[in-house]
Design a protein around this ligand. Structure first.
Ligand code: ARG
Length: 596
C-alpha cells in the first residue's frame, strides 16, 4: 500500500528480517535485528548481523550453533521480497543484501510524487519544546542563539515527522531582578503610568539599577518590596513590569525575525505564578517540603550522592527558577497533555534538569514510563582563540552585531565572486542574508551539539567542505539543471507515474541509494535529537550528486551550445536530489535562494 512505499528500504528490510528471525528463533527478541548500509559495494547495499547476537543468546542457554548456520536458518524463513535482488551469507555469518533496481526506482518516483513526505507516525505525539528562553532586560547571548537554532530545527523535524509540536519560549520574566528594575523605572520615569517611556538601552538600564541595588541600602529595600508587590500583581507594578518586558521583547523579536523563528510562543516564568502558589500548597499538604534554614526545599526521588534539592520557597517567601520549572513541567504534562517534553538549554544546566526530573518523580508529576523527557544540552560557544566567545574588548558579543558582521562578510564573499554584476541589489542583499544566517545555523547544527563549538566566520563561509555555502551553491546548481532542461516538475511527475524510472549507470544508482536513506536519517534523529546527522546526510547527498553529475550527462549540447538531448530519467534524479536537499534545508531552518 501507499505507506509501504513511503517506508525506506532499510525499514522494509528490517521488517522482513524481524519476521524471519521470529519464525526461525521465536525465543529471541526482535531487537537483535538491525540493518546497516554497507561501506563497500562488494558486500551489497545492506548488512544484517543478527546471527551473532543470536549465537550468543543460544550459547547462554547452553546451545552451540555456528552463526553461519543461524544465518542460513534466517534466510530459509525470509520470504521473497521485491525489495531484494540477492541475499548472501558471508564471512562468519553476515547476511549481505543487494537491493532490487526496479524497487529502488519505484521508491525514488514515489519520493518525488509524495513530496518526500514521511509515513504518518504510529502515534501522533504532543511534543513541547522549550528553547531560546532569554532573560528580560539582559542581552540575548550566543548560548541563547544556539538554543534558538537547535530548538527550532528539532521542532521542525518533529513536525515534519507528523507530530503536534508546541514551541515554548520560557523567558526569564519573573525573577528578583524585577524589583530593582521597577524601582529604578519609577525613579527615572515618574510618569510611566500615563506616558509609556522608551527604556532605550536596556543593558545600560539594567546595569544602572544593579549599581544602585548594590550600593544604596534604601533603594535595595524598595527593590525587595517591589518584587513582593509585583508577585502579588499590584496593578502599578504590573504596568512597570510590562513596560520593561515589552522593551526586551522588541529586541528579541528583531533577532527572531532575522533568523525566521516564527512559531515560537512566548510563555515566560510569570505565566506560572498562580500555578506555583497551587503547587506549593499541594506540596505542603503532602508534607514533601523540608525546612532548611528558612527555605523550603524538595528532595528528589533518588537520593544519589551529590544530589542537590530544589529550592521551592526562599526564606523571603519568593519563588525560584526551580519552582517555575517544576510548575512548568507539570503544566506541560497535565494541561498541555504533552507526551514528550524537550528542553534545549546549555549543558551547564544539566544538573538543574536532573533535579527537575527527580523532584517531579518524587511529587508524582512525572512518570518516565508515560512521558518522554529529553534534556537537549549543548556545549559552550568559543572564539577562534578557543576561549570564551567575547568581543576584542572583552564584552559579551551582541547578537545583532554578530548577524550584521555575518551579512557583511557574506556580501564581501559574493562580491569577490563578482556576483554583484549579475544579481540585482535586492537579490544580492537577499542572498547575502540567506548565506550569512544559513552559515551561522549550519555551522552550529553540523557540529555534535555535545561538544564545545568554536565560532569562526572564516570556516563557516568557506565555499569548500561541509558548509552551508557549499551546499547552497550545490542546490542552486541542481535547480538550474532542470531549468535549462525546460522540464516542469509536473511533467517529470507525469513521467514517473506513467513510465516509471530506469537507472543504469553506477553513479545514478549510488545517488539513488543515498537519497533513499532520508527517512532513516530522520527516524534516527527522532531517537537521539542529534541534528548533525542531518547535516552529514545533506553533505553526503551533495557530494554523491556531484560524483553523479561529473560522470553522467543530464543535458547534451552540440558545438554551438544548443541543447540536443535531455536525459529525462537523470533530470528526475536531479529533481529528487533537489527535493531532498530542500527538505533538509527547511528542517535546518535554512533559506534557499534561486540564484546566487
Ligand atoms: N532563561 C534561562 C537562561 O537564560 C533558560 C531557560 C531554559 N528553560 C527552562 N525551562 N529552564 O539561562
Amino acid at each position: 500500500d501507499d505507506d509501504q512505499l513511503l517506508l525506506s528500504p532499510r525499514e522494509l528490510l528490517t521488517n522482513s528480517f524481524i519476521r524471519a528471525v521470529s519464525k526461525a528463533y521465536p525465543e529471541v527478541p526482535s531487537s537483535v535485528v538491525t540493518l546497516t548500509p554497507t561501506s563497500n559495494p562488494k558486500f551489497g547495499d545492506y548488512q544484517c548481523n543478527a546471527a551473532m547476537p543470536i549465537c550468543q543468546q543460544l550459547k547462554a542457554a547452553g546451545k552451540q550453533v555456528n552463526p553461519r548456520v543461524i544465518a542460513q536458518n534466517i534466510l530459509n524463513e525470509l520470504s521473497a521480497s521485491e525489495v531484494t535482488e540477492k541475499v548472501e551469507i558471508a564471512g562468519a555469518g553476515f547476511i549481505n543484501v543487494w537491493l532490487n533496481k526496479s524497487f529502488v526506482c519505484n521508491q525514488l518516483s514515489s519520493l518525488l510524487l509524495n513530496d518526500a513526505k514521511p509515513p504518518p507516525p504510529k502515534k501522533k505525539l504532543k511534543i513541547v519544546v522549550d528553547y531560546s528562553s532569554p532573560n528580560v532586560a539582559k542581552e540575548m547571548h550566543v548560548g541563547h542563539l544556539r538554543s534558538t537554532i537547535i530548538g527550532d530545527s528539532i521542532s521542525n523535524l518533529l513536525e515534519y515527522m507528523g507530530h503536534d509540536v508546541l514551541r515554548l519560549n520560557h523567558i526569564g520574566d519573573w525573577g528578583t531582578q524585577f524589583g530593582m528594575l521597577i524601582a529604578h523605572l519609577q525613579d527615572m520615569f515618574p510618569n510611566y503610568r500615563t506616558e509609556s517611556p522608551s527604556v532605550g538601552n536596556l543593558q545600560r538600564f539594567y546595569k544602572e539599577s544593579k549599581i544602585r541595588f548594590d550600593t544604596d541600602e534604601e533603594f535595595k529595600k524598595r527593590a525587595k518590596e517591589s518584587v513582593v508587590k509585583l508577585q502579588k500583581k499590584v496593578p502599578d507594578y504590573i504596568q512597570a513590569w510590562k513596560l520593561i518586558c515589552d522593551a526586551s521583547r522588541k529586541e528579541f523579536q528583531k533577532i527572531y525575525d532575522r533568523l525566521d523563528i516564527i512559531k515560537l510562543v512566548e510563555r515566560g516564568e510569570s505565566f506560572y505564578q498562580e500555578r506555583m502558589l497551587e503547587l506549593v500548597n499541594d506540596l505542603t499538604e503532602k508534607n514533601l517540603l523540608e525546612d532548611d534554614d528558612g527555605r523550603k526545599i524538595l528532595w528528589g526521588e533518588e537520593k544519589k550522592e551529590g544530589e542537590i534539592p530544589f529550592t521551592i520557597v526562599k526564606s523571603d517567601g519568593g519563588f525560584t527558577y526551580d519552582t517555575s520549572d517544576l510548575s512548568a513541567f507539570k503544566q506541560r504534562i497535565v494541561e498541555e497533555k504533552g507526551d514528550w517534553i524537550i528542553y534545549v538549554v546549555d549543558e551547564g544546566q544539566s544538573t538543574h534538569f536532573q533535579c527537575l526530573v527527580n523532584c517531579a518523580r518524587k511529587c508524582g508529576i512525572y512518570d518516565p514510563e508515560k512521558v518522554r523527557m529529553d534534556f537537549v544540552g549543548f556545549g559552550v560557544v568559543l572564539g577562534e582563540d578557543k576561549k570564551k566567545f567575547k568581543t576584542r574588548s572583552g564584552d559579551t558579543v551582541r547578537l545583532a552585531n554578530l548577524l550584521d558582521e555575518g551579512v557583511r562578510r557574506a556580501t564581501e564573499k559574493l562580491e569577490e565572486k563578482n556576483r554583484h554584476t549579475v544579481l540585482t541589489e535586492e537579490e544580492l542583499n537577499a542572498t547575502a542574508e540567506a548565506l550569512a544566517y544559513g552559515c551561522i545555523k549550519y555551522a552550529d547544527l553540523s557540529h555534535n551539539r555535545n561538544h564545545v563549538y568554536v565560532f569562526s566566520f572564516d570556516k563557516m563561509l568557506d565555499d569548500k567542505g561541509n558548509t552551508a555555502i557549499y551546499l547552497l551553491y550545490a542546490y542552486t546548481r541542481i535547480k538550474s539543471i532542470s531549468r535549462t532542461a525546460k522540464l516542469d516538475i509536473e511533467v517529470l511527475k507525469k513521467a514517473c507515474r506513467e513510465k516509471g524510472l530506469t537507472l543504469d549507470h553506477e553513479k545514478e544508482w549510488k545517488l539513488a541509494k543515498v537519497l533513499l536513506q532520508f527517512n532513516d536519517v530522520l527516524q534516527r534523529i527522532t531517537k537521539d535529537l542529534n541534528m548533525h546527522r542531518l547535516c552529514e546526510f545533506l553533505y553526503e547527498v551533495a557530494v554523491t550528486f556531484s560524483e553523479f553529475y561529473d560522470n553522467c550527462y543530464c543535458i547534451e549540447r552540440d558545438a554551438k551550445g544548443n541543447v540536443t538531448k535531455v536525459h529525462v530519467d537523470r533530470i528526475i534524479l536531479c529533481e529528487v536530489t533537489a527535493l531532498i536537499m530542500k527538505k533538509c534545508f527547511e528542517i535546518l531552518g535554512i533559506r534557499t535562494v534561486s540564484r546566487m
